[in-house]
Design a protein around this ligand. Sequence first.
Ligand SMILES: Nc1ncnc2c1ncn2[C@@H]1O[C@H](COP(=O)(O)OP(=O)(O)OP(=O)(O)O)[C@@H](O)[C@H]1O
Ligand SMILES: [Mg+2]
Length: 1081
Amino acid sequence: MSKMEVKTSLLDNMIGVGDMVLLEPLSEETFIGNLRKRFEHNEIYTYIGSVVISMNPYKSLPIYTADKVEEYRNRNFYELSPHIYALADEAYRSLRDQDKDQCILITGESGAGKTEASKLVMSYVAAVCGKGQEVNKVKEQLLQSNPVLEAFGNAKTVRNDNSSRFGKYMDIEFDFKGDPLGGVISNYLLEKSRVVKQPRGERNFHIFYQLLSGASEDTLKKLKLDRDFSKYNYLSLDSATVNGLDDAANFRTVRNAMQIVGFMEDEVQSVLELVAAVLKLGNIEFKPESRVNGFDESRVKDKNDLKEMCELLGIEQSVLERAFSYRTVEAKMEKVSTTLNVAQAYYARDALAKNLYSRLFSWLVTRINESIKAQTKSRKKVMGVLDIYGFEIFEDNSFEQFIINYCNEKLQQIFIELTLREEQEEYVREGIEWTNIEYFNNAVICDLIENNQNGILAMLDEECLRPGTVTDDTFLDKLNTVCAEHQHFESRLSKNSKFLTDHSLPHSCFRIQHYAGKVLYRVEGFVDKNNDLLYRDLSQAMYKANHSLMKLLFPEGNPAKVNLKRPPTAGSQFRASVGTLMKNLQTKNPNYIRCIKPNDKKACQVFTDSLVCHQVRYLGLMENVRVRRAGYAFRQAYEPCLERYKMLCKQTWPHWKGPARQGVEVLLKDLEVPEEEFAYGRSKIFIRNPRTLFFLEERRRQCLEDLATLIQKIYRGWKCRTHFLLLKKSQVVVAAWYRRYAQQQKYQKIKSSSIVVQSYIRGWKARKILRELKYQKRCKEAVTTIAAYWHGTQVRREYRKFFRANAGKKIYDFTIQKIMQKYFIGLKNTMPSMSPIDKTWPARPYLFLDGTHQELRRIFHLWRCKKYRSQFTEEKKAIYEEKLEASEIFKDKKALYPSSVGQPFKGDYLEINKNPKYQKLNSVMDEKVLLADVVNKINRANGKGASRIFLLTKKNFVLADQKTGQVKASVPLPDLNSVSVSTQSDGFFALKLKEGTPSAAKGDFLLSSDRLIEIITKLHRTGEASADRDPISVDISDEFLVQFKQDKVCVKFIQAGPKNGNSVACKRKNNRLLEVSVPSP
Ligand SMILES: Nc1ncnc2c1ncn2[C@@H]1O[C@H](COP(=O)(O)OP(=O)(O)OP(=O)(O)O)[C@@H](O)[C@H]1O
Ligand SMILES: [Mg+2]
């Protein structure tokens, strides 16, 4: 075991107590109470020292897994909680490592779990022992022998659905390494009566049902079988199918297992044929046939089954038929043949069936042994597993129960012997004084049964061999005489008066006080069953069969080997085999598994106290505990003991340096355990009383609590401290990071500030330098300039004499002059025409000449006009002057004006001087006539015009008759006050005279002329020309007053409508108004 592995113990986490030896106080109640408590917690295994008590859980528990196998592998027996694996491991290891042959004795009543336990042990050993192709094959064969034997040897009973109906002992052989080599199976007394008859609620052996349900049609046909169970007398029908049991599937398993184990195909076939033959045999029925001698003779009723059976086995039908009707008795040299009656025939048939089947079963075991036999001759280590039917007490107990119980009695004895012996040996080995132990030894019961002289079996044999009438009753009588005194034998008719009145004891019965309880046996059938007779005719018939296996099973039928000696009785055979078994077991190291069944209902979680109590009693478990505790209840090697309790003493805790024994001594002394409570063996400490152990355990528990607290304390301290340290460390890290961050920030700030400051300083410095440099540059420039000037001055001073002064100005002037010249020449060439109305003017070439250019244009125009004017003659000039004056007076004021512009002012239209008509007028007109024309003088009264000649001189104007030329009126111009005209295109004009003048007496003149503009203009010019008077004012208005004699008449000009025609019409409207309608232009 590695150092780090946690040391556990059986004592840890116990439910109840794991080892009954530690039960305190010890009584049947506490014992059963402990079993119950553990059972209720699914703890089905409990120890009594090294004995394992196994309770049948009747349900599958998860405690047989591969993990569990690993858990129990190579661990000490008491190290883990009780388990069948611990026992298997202990046995296997002591076989492998200490070279001790082992036997595992599994006992218990039917249904207690013996077969399951044996399989668990085998599977555990198979799992932990060596591996390899060859080894695995052997393992597989050993394991697969189980299903085959179970099929043929197990049956459903009221107690167990898979009850073993035979005893089985299997030796598994190992080589020196612990690898399995092979095995040997011994079988004991198959319950063959089951073949022909099954108690109510039970079944025949599984194989019959498996064959009928699982075999193929083809096989069944070959075997001449029918699938229907009800067709066979030997098969009980009421429980032909069992819940949770799949016969068909199991048949396949069995065939497969047979194949693995090594059965040949023809062997399997032969076996099945025999099974079929048994079924057929059961169907053969007999009828009586009266004979002349008055006796009935049996005859086969329906020969069909007989025929089929004979065909199947190759038996001559007549031979078998005869064997069922006659019996040949051979005595010395004589052969006597007697007929069989029907009852005898049935007896013979059943005997044949039973024998056939039980021999077949024995052959199967032999055949399996052949296969699983170890191949080497070298020395082998052996582990025997005994799975035998348990102690049975039925209502009706017969020969079988007697035999079975005898076997159990023997087993109990060997158990006691070996346990005690082992105990004693251990004491001796350990050097502890052996104190005698009080216990019940069942040797006396064994003696009652097997004693050669007066044992019950010997009596039975004697009876069977005795000539004369032998019945079960004579046998009982014999017992009554021989065994009457025996304290474990009870019978009504014995000499022991005690039972004379015991009504629970019928007359045909005897009772034996077995170690496990009293059992009442009914003597009926004892003799027969012990004889186990099979008529020779039948065995010979069987031998004659043309069937090799059949021949093999009935060797006594061989006529060549006629043996007149009686075969050994069943009882003596059994006694012999049990004797051998016991001898065998005694040479081996025993390991016990005591199976207990918790209830009769095959139910899980049900614990029937009385039933368990009964089993505890007959298994002698209390005895077992007592024996174990008789001296010292508990023992443990020094090392594990010290390891477990060392914390109870300061010297041994935490480490003990010296030998473990001394450590334990120091420990016990320190704990002040009374000296008589323990003894020091060579390798073990022996503790007398469980109380001491529990005291130690209690102290250990307390101490563990303290230690746990201490560990907890230290752990908590450690945890807190590490946590604290971690926090501290983290804090430092956080602080470091924070500081770093803060410093970084600060640094960044300082850095940026210093950069700012730096940049300012640099800027300031740079500016300073710049200023300096600029200043220097300016200085340089100044110097350069000064120098340049200076040089210039110098140069000029030096070179003046070589250059003309003011050349620049001159050049400038010259240039300007040149430009002007060019300008003027250009202007000359592009001069516009001389026409005053020509508006064109060349474009200006230079901006600076803008003013000049405009001015020149104006001058040019004036000059052009002047030139134009200068071409005019005086007359033309006067005409133009007049025209100019006319425009000044009338332009834009009178509508008539525009039409006058184009007409030259001729002045004298009448050519007065030349026309003789107007001689008279000429005389009047001493002066030059400025204007002479005909006008219309408007009549004041009606507005009608009368033609008059109008003459104008420098001094006056004259109105004269057109025809006569007679002067009508001559008015000096100074008397003319003003002239009024309309704005319109008419030619009306009023010459208004100054009031008070002589001319004014006749009133103003209202005239009309087409040449109004010329007339008025010339009138106006006369005024301008004379210096003594004002120029005549011209009023232009559409309404004006005209002085007619005394009255002032208003002349009003209106626009004429279109119907008035194109002529101007003048009408006197009233005294005051003269209306002139002027056509619109
Ligand atoms: N350890 C176990 N776990 C689960 N079930 C079990 C266990 N042991 C026994 N059983 C159940 O109990 C039934 C009977 O067990 P088993 O056949 O081993 O009894 P037995 O002691 O061999 O009886 P018999 O003496 O009649 O042969 C089994 O078929 C199984 O159902
Ligand atoms: Mg069994």
